[in-house]
Design a protein around this ligand. Structure first.
Ligand code: ADP
Length: 501
């Protein structure tokens, strides 16, 4: 299989952990099928780029339809012969718990890989790896707790509503938190399903580590497979495959719409965790220091490449100038650089394409009359960095207030009354999340009821926890990740009638 020599250090000289050096030196990055890393049937590969330098540091196998078919058939066989589904629930739990331990032991490797191929900064990669591990810990307790029910029925029968896994699940993930892959697959595994995971082509590496750890944890070969490559080939191949029963997708709205359409001929169940244009609303009675810090963090975190980025900042007019000044003051000296540097506060965007997209939106913002209060341009010449950028004087009809940018761009919109804040917050095609800053409890209740979003945070923002459901309404998607809610997507009930008289 084709591999390229890998530099032992990243090109800007930061040392990698010994685990990472060994992983990268071994090369041969491919698909993971039936418990083994394999190349594409065609031998085709694609380059993996370091977003901090723009340079290719390794290559990975690119799937064709034949490779997708192989992975799906592997998962199908594993599901049909019951090697995982029919394990005792407690034994499933033990092996999933072991997987959590192994992810913990491979923390440095996973963090390094997310920095190299995803451009995450250290603190964020630490959070992402821990989040993946927390999700495993949470779901590893579920196999013994899943149960069906006995509905009331006629006296001559006993009826059972049995809860079963759906079968083979395709999980398609984005590039903004590659090591959170376990959070995508473990709910499906806890229910007894087998999985074909398709990581984003920008960030293929963490999924290979996780798949290998599944084997080490005693999850049988074939239960977790990985196919690598472009969305239109590898992702679409999974969605269209007749032997796949369900899809769990996280990504952009456009791709989500394509997947829903492509899943229609085989009537697959799909869950969609899509984008947002989340309103972050600050009232004049809020704790302004805390609000300013959180408003800034909610857009600069992972350079704005987070679905719940609080990219529309709605500020009550009386505190507008003060809040903007506080956010600008906190953001002006943000240090951009490689995620490996302990000094770096903001990393690069994931790709040239993403950088171009952000630059395009910033130009549109300027053309449509918004004022640049901070930033407004690309940072440096190497890599894909963009300055943290704050637009003021935005109204909610401007393009930068309506479309998801997925970059470090904040649009500040003034409002006068509570009613106006609610109207602006809801005047969007999205409905993923919202934040409200106020000390007035009554107002907090009114806002949480009135805002159409999957999550509303009050006096905090972007908190997640594995037992707490997460997902969107409107064009931010449907279905819920995390919590008991995602078990609904990965199980179905079978009704059994037993005649007893
Ligand atoms: P972004 O636009 O932010 O890169 P996408 O929604 O395109 O995000 O990508 C999220 C995931 O969906 C990636 O793994 C990508 O390869 C995959 N993908 C892209 N296009 C398709 C498609 N037509 N069918 C299935 N998966 C796809």
């Amino acid at each position: 299989m084709q591999t390229t020599a890998v530099r032992p250090e990243t090109s800007d000289g930061w040392a990698l952990s010994p685990q990472t050096k060994a992983f990268l030196a071994a090369g041969g990055f491919g698909h993971f099928i039936d418990g083994e890393m394999v190349p594409s049937a065609s031998g085709e590969t694609f380059g993996i780029l370091d977003p901090a330098t723009g340079r290719e540091f390794a290559r990975c196998a690119a799937a064709g339809r034949e490779d997708v078919d192989r992975a799906v058939r592997s998962a199908r066989r594993a599901f049909d012969d019951g090697r995982w589904r029919n394990l005792e629930p407690l034994e499933k739990e033990r092996r999933l718990r072991k997987l959590g331990e192994l992810v913990g032991q491979n923390r440095d490797l996973l963090m390094d890989l997310d920095v190299i191929d995803g451009g995450l900064v250290r603190a964020y990669s630490e959070f992402i790896v821990k989040f993946g591990q927390d999700a495993i810990d949470y779901y590893s307790g579920w196999p013994t707790k899943l149960h069906g029910s006995v509905p009331a029925g006629p006296p001559d029968v006993v009826v059972q509503e049995v809860r079963e896994p759906v079968g083979v699940v395709g999980v398609i993930t984005p590039w903004n938190g590659p090591s959170a892959a376990p959070a995508g697959i473990v709910p499906a595994l806890a229910c007894g399903n087998c999985v074909v995971l398709k990581p984003a082509e920008q960030t293929p590496l963490a999924a290979l580590v996780v798949a290998r750890l599944c084997i080490e944890a005693g999850i049988p070969p074939g239960v977790v497979n990985v196919v690598q490559g472009l969305g239109e080939v590898a992702g679409a191949g999974i969605v269209e495959h007749p032997l796949v029963d369900a899809i769990g997708f996280t990504g952009s709205g456009d791709t989500g719409r394509r997947i829903v359409a492509a899943a229609a001929p085989t009537l697959k169940r799909v869950s969609m965790e899509l984008g947002g244009k989340s309103p972050h609303i600050v009232f004049d009675d809020a704790d302004l220091e805390q609000a300013a810090a959180t408003v800034a963090g909610a857009v600069w975190g992972h350079s704005g490449q987070v679905c719940t980025a609080g990219s529309r900042v709605l500020v009550q007019r009386g505190i507008h100038d003060e809040l903007v000044a506080a956010v600008v003051a906190r953001s002006r000296d943000i240090r951009l650089g490689s995620g490996f540097s302990p000094d770096t506060q903001m990393g690069p965007l994931v790709s040239q394409e993403q950088l171009n997209r952000v630059c395009r939106y910033v130009d549109i913002g300027k053309r449509e009359g918004a004022q640049v209060a901070l930033g407004g341009a690309r940072h440096g010449e190497a890599g894909y960095f963009h300055q943290p950028t704050i637009f003021t004087g935005v109204n909610n009809t401007m393009t930068i207030a309506r479309e998801e940018i997925f970059g470090p761009v904040m649009a500040v919109i003034p409002f006068d009354t509570e009613e106006e804040a609610i109207a602006i917050a809801n005047d969007t095609e999205f409905g993923l999340a919202a934040g409200v800053w106020t000390r007035d409890l009554g107002r907090a209740h009114r806002l949480t009821q009135a805002i159409r979003a999957g999550t509303v945070w009050v006096n905090t923002y972007q908190r997640v926890y594995p037992s707490i459901p997460y997902g969107g309404v409107k064009q931010s998607g449907f279905g819920r990740n995390l919590g008991a809610a995602s078990l609904e997507h990965y199980t179905q009930t079978k009704t059994v009638w037993l005649k007893v008289r």
